[in-house]
Design a protein around this ligand. Structure first.
Ligand code: F0G
Length: 438
């Protein structure tokens, strides 16, 4: 009997759907599915030392920061190699300026922008595309605000699969599109936003036999859950008080909760960190649900935020995310685009670059500290989900006219030293960390 199978993620239903399913919802109640395991490999108490030994190993599976934890991913048949690009292994960096901005004594940022295609999606794509191959898929497809599509395109190229992305016309950053194009993926543009793109894809995928790699696919979350494991390893198995993530389609927070829950069940997690989801104010249906204590999410029809990665009005994973916050005594915040921009600047003062959606974490922390919901001396880790270069237009727009540029013509060369010295004197001192302060 297969060790792995798909099960309805709603504990009130719990129906089983077999190990291979092209559907993404429970055949009984329509809820989202999750990968479940009938048993785990033996002796979990020894896994942390096995995982540590694999670091720096020569096998591709050992060099991957996802498959290094493969005891937690026993769904591929023995002898089948995963499709990996060396994802994971993402640094945990202390960020004093971002901490000061949020009002925290200390803050650690785990940078998932340091992945093969520059976002956390790679952690889930390696598992999902490996499963797509195992299921004999020919075409993988996703709806995306950009990062999922860049990641899918890379892993599909690696696996020799055709890739189709369905994206909101004009709603995806040029860098993300360029990545997908470079990897040879095919693009469908939809009038509307991410929610319309995902609805279209869900409507056509089954008939066309396309394998959907969005976070409604439970094999995506399997890979993403390992971020929690890697983080704990980096903290020498002492969990933080809070783990903060941006919320869009709410796959990542669901994945982290699954990873933490499994570690707890295996006796590897002494205490559950409180999960914190931060949404952009113009795209915050989950925040509304959580703060109103409702039972059903009301989709936002026209989500708006300059953080295009999380411009989502009808997040598919909201029931999983709701359970994740209930289970971990979590928190939720909603931040304006101005608050995101200010947080992004504070992160940059630490020499750390991230895309706008990632900066919601620090903006949300600032708000929660001001509200007294998070303590200044708490141990906090925030996930930076995407790379700084994912949205360069945003950076250039935000900094236009800030007086940080100087233009010198060839005729001014003689006066250049004086002009430049004067120019720098007039500028405010750098606000960043001083050397060695971290
Ligand atoms: N941060 C970044 C950089 C993202 O690209 C996304 C989602 C999120 C956070 C939110 O994560 O959906 O798991 O809650 N991007 C998706 C995409 C929707 O298509 O690339 P989530």
């Amino acid at each position: 009997m297969d060790r792995a199978f798909l099960r309805c993620s709603d504990p009130a239903c719990g129906a089983e759907a077999g190990p291979l399913s092209h559907g993404y919802s429970c055949p009984v109640c329509g809820g989202l599915l999750e990968v479940a395991y009938r048993s785990w490999p033996e002796r979990p108490g020894e896994w942390p030392s096995i995982w540590r030994e694999r670091r720096g190993g020569l096998r591709p599976e050992d060099r991957s920061g996802v498959w290094r934890f493969r005891e937690l991913l026993p769904f591929l048949d023995e002898g089948r190699s995963p499709v990996t690009l060396g994802e994971g292994g993402n640094p945990l960096v202390e960020a004093p300026q971002a901490a000061a901005h949020a009002g925290l004594q200390r803050l650690w940022l785990k940078h998932q922008g340091n992945n093969p295609t520059g976002s956390f999606k790679d952690l889930g794509m390696t598992t999902c595309v490996s499963q797509a191959l195992a299921q004999g898929a020919g075409v993988v497809a996703c709806a995306s605000t950009g990062n999922t599509s860049s990641s899918m395109a890379a892993y599909a190229a690696r696996a020799g699969l055709r890739a189709v992305l369905v994206v909101p016309a004009g709603g995806v950053s040029g860098a993300k599109l360029a990545q997908a194009i470079d990897f040879g993926a095919h693009r469908v543009e939809v009038e509307g936003g991410f929610d319309e793109a995902l609805s279209l894809l869900r409507a056509v995928a089954q008939e066309l036999g396309w394998y959907v790699v969005n976070s409604i696919n439970p094999y995506r979350l399997e890979g993403q859950k390992t971020a929690a494991v890697e983080l704990l390893e980096q903290l020498q198995w002492r969990p933080p008080d809070y783990l903060v993530v941006p919320g869009g389609n709410l796959g990542n927070v669901s994945a982290l909760a699954k990873g933490l829950g499994e570690l707890e069940g295996l006796g590897l997690l002494p205490r559950v960190p409180r999960l914190v989801v931060v949404q952009a104010q113009g795209a915050n249906p989950f925040f509304r649900l959580w703060s109103e204590g409702g039972a059903q999410l009301t989709p936002l029809r026209e989500p708006r935020t300059r953080a295009t990665a999380i411009r989502i009005g009808n997040p598919a994973n909201w029931p999983k995310a709701q359970r994740a916050l209930e289970w971990s005594r979590g928190l939720c915040a909603s931040v304006s685009d101005d608050e995101i921009a200010a947080a992004k600047r504070a992160i940059a003062e630490d020499g750390i670059g991230a895309e706008p959606a990632s900066a919601t974490t620090v903006a949300g922390l600032r708000q929660l500290l001001l509200a007294g919901a998070v303590e200044a001396d708490a141990e906090v880790v925030a996930l930076l989900t995407g790379h700084q270069l994912k949205d360069v237009d945003y950076v250039l727009e935000q900094n236009r006219g800030q007086g940080t540029e100087m233009r010198i013509s060839p005729q001014q060369l003689g006066q250049a030293p004086g002009l430049l010295a004067h120019w720098l004197d007039e500028l405010p001192p750098p606000a960043g960390s001083s050397p060695g302060s971290a």
